[in-house]
Design a protein around this ligand. Structure first.
Ligand SMILES: [Mn+2]
Length: 363
């Protein structure tokens, strides 16, 4: 990769890392408030400002301004931020992408200038229109660095190749390598990434909180905002202290919260979750609310909420990624409600952990 920014961060400053905002301006602003982002802090936006959410244009505008007014704000590119390059290269495939994906920054820009796109549209003309009105934004997006290196950290959207000199990682790998936490790297610093929702790595209690792998020196921070049913926007926070850097995190999501009115004790044998790829299920015993299933992909036994099991021609599968864990709650706990539309049990999030509680605990 060619675009590496070296950055020297004074060793008393807090570093806040946020990735995969995906067009969620309001969530991003709430998160900055929640971490009490101040003039003393460094803010690293770890790629994927655009796509999937409904206000990519607003996110880009807001962060461009933030960066222009604050030398401590730094942004790197994610794969979703590089899509405008297809347009600049006049690649006709981008027209098909824009016709099938409603939530794209380019569609928001086109709507803003009242240009109706169709599969017949010429890529040259769309490019000319957007360049006329948004050249500043397009230029900014294409000039973002691929990685930022500080004394102790490397910030990159997806990951590094497992090679002697990490700087030889190709740009495509840096912004789009999948499952980096299952791989390894040879840089002798922590590598902080987004891109791959951390929920994909969990096999026990589903959580979208950042994962720190001390041995591999990888920190995965993508909370699956706008990608996962229970997704959230994470802030990973590095706070220096005399004994070294402290790591912490916080998050925001769009779920309503409620106060627990009755204690619920989880059955600890109800654990695990269904995540990306492993949707196939073999039902073993159907209960009133949950069905004990075997997950052929992992050989795990899981209690799957009946409403989340679909019968397809090829067999049974999960409707989407979902927790199969029960979680305990105490009276007065504040929890977020992810799904209260099922019979008997509600899917909630407590301190970032996702699972089921009996409905009488919350209503
Ligand atoms: Mn990404």
């Amino acid at each position: 990769m060619d675009k590496i920014r070296e950055l020297s961060i004074p060793n008393h400053a807090r570093i806040i890392v946020i990735s995969d905002i995906h067009g969620e301006l309001e969530l991003f602003q709430r998160l900055l408030d929640k971490v009490q982002f101040s003039k003393e802090d460094y803010l690293i936006i770890n790629g994927d400002l655009c796509e999937k959410g409904s206000n990519s244009m607003g996110v880009v505008q807001y962060i461009m301004e933030l960066e222009a007014n604050n030398p401590k704000v730094h942004v790197i590119e994610g794969n979703c931020d590089t899509l405008v390059e297809y347009l600049l290269n006049e690649d006709q495939n981008i027209i098909n992408y824009l016709c099938t994906r409603k939530h794209s920054i380019m569609n928001e820009w086109l709507e803003n200038i009242g240009y109706k796109i169709s599969s017949e549209s010429s890529v040259k003309e769309v490019k000319e229109q957007l360049w006329r009105h948004f050249s500043r934004e397009i230029k900014w997006l294409t000039e973002l660095p691929t990685a930022i290196e500080t004394d102790h950290y490397i910030f990159v959207h997806a990951g590094l190749e497992d090679i002697e000199n990490w700087k030889d990682t190709s740009r495509v790998a840096a912004i789009s390598i999948p499952e980096f936490l299952l791989k390894s790297h040879q840089a002798n610093k922590y590598v902080i990434v987004g891109h791959w929702p951390v929920g994909n790595y969990t096999s026990k209690t589903l959580s979208n909180n950042p994962i720190i792998d001390q041995e591999k020196k990888i920190i995965a921070n993508d909370g699956g905002n706008n990608v996962k049913l229970s997704g959230q926007l994470n802030a990973f926070i590095i706070t220096p202290s005399s004994s070294g850097d402290n790591f912490s995190h916080t998050y925001v999501d769009r779920f309503p919260t409620t106060k627990v009115i009755k204690q619920f004790n989880a059955d600890s044998s109800w654990t695990g979750s269904i995540s990306y790829v492993n949707y196939a299920l073999t039902p073993i015993e159907k209960g009133e609310h949950f069905t004990l299933c075997k997950q052929p992909g992992t050989d795990q036994l899981l209690y799957v909420k009946n409403e989340y099991i679909l019968q397809k021609d090829r067999g049974y599968e999960a409707k989407e990624e979902v927790s199969c864990t029960q979680i305990s709650v105490e009276k007065e706990d504040i929890v977020s409600i992810i799904d209260d539309s099922c019979a008997g049990y509600a899917l909630i999030k407590k301190d970032g952990f996702v699972g089921w509680v009996a409905k009488e605990a919350i209503e």
